[in-house]
Design a protein around this ligand. Structure first.
Ligand SMILES: [Zn+2]
Length: 176
């Protein structure tokens, strides 16, 4: 049986974006294994790593596609605009977003490739993460989002209305 509450409803709060939690410090691996530290919010992260190997033996041979041995990680951050220029951002002031990508490998002696990319707009995030068909292939493919990138964007979009709108526009354009 529903008993209900005797407490009166609180007055309706004005409709507004939920407040963000306080920004935190993030240190990510940049080029040449140099760390990059900034303040902001982790919006979304995803990995292409899978559970199972697709080959016999412990490690994939060179060039063999196995997403247990070699994988891609992407993390999207919103950057705190209140923090002055440290690290030395390209524009001299913090970008709206940082897109951190890692090409990782569990195979001995294979390197991790890291990139810290700045995005001034949510739309630029899409431009940074789309991939194109390889030159020399049978056919050139249009821009498409790798699965891990799409998942990271979807997660980040939940926390960022601008990115949500940019992603919807990108999907509506049908370029995937
Ligand atoms: Zn493997």
């Amino acid at each position: 049986m529903m008993t209900g509450s005797a407490a009166p409803n609180p007055p309706a709060a004005p409709v507004a974006s939920p407040p963000r939690p306080a920004p935190t410090e993030h240190t990510v691996l940049g080029r040449d294994e140099s760390p990059v530290t900034f303040r902001g919010w982790l919006l979304g992260r995803a990995t292409s790593r899978e559970r199972a190997h697709t080959h016999r033996g412990e490690f994939a041979p060179p060039g063999y596609r196995c997403r247990r041995c070699r994988w891609f990680e992407v993390t999207i951050y919103r950057v705190d605009p209140a923090v002055p220029a440290d690290p030395p951002w390209t524009a001299g002031e913090p970008p709206a977003y940082v897109v951190h990508t890692l090409g990782r490998s569990a195979v001995p002696e294979e390197l991790t490739f890291a990139r810290v990319a700045e995005a001034e707009t949510a739309h630029k995030i899409m431009q940074l993460l789309v991939s194109y068909g390889r030159r020399g292939g049978d056919e050139r493919t249009g821009p498409r989002l790798p699965e891990a990138s799409a998942r990271a964007i979807e997660r980040a979009a939940d926390a960022d209305p601008e990115l949500s709108a940019a992603y919807d526009a990108w999907l509506a354009a049908g370029v995937q």
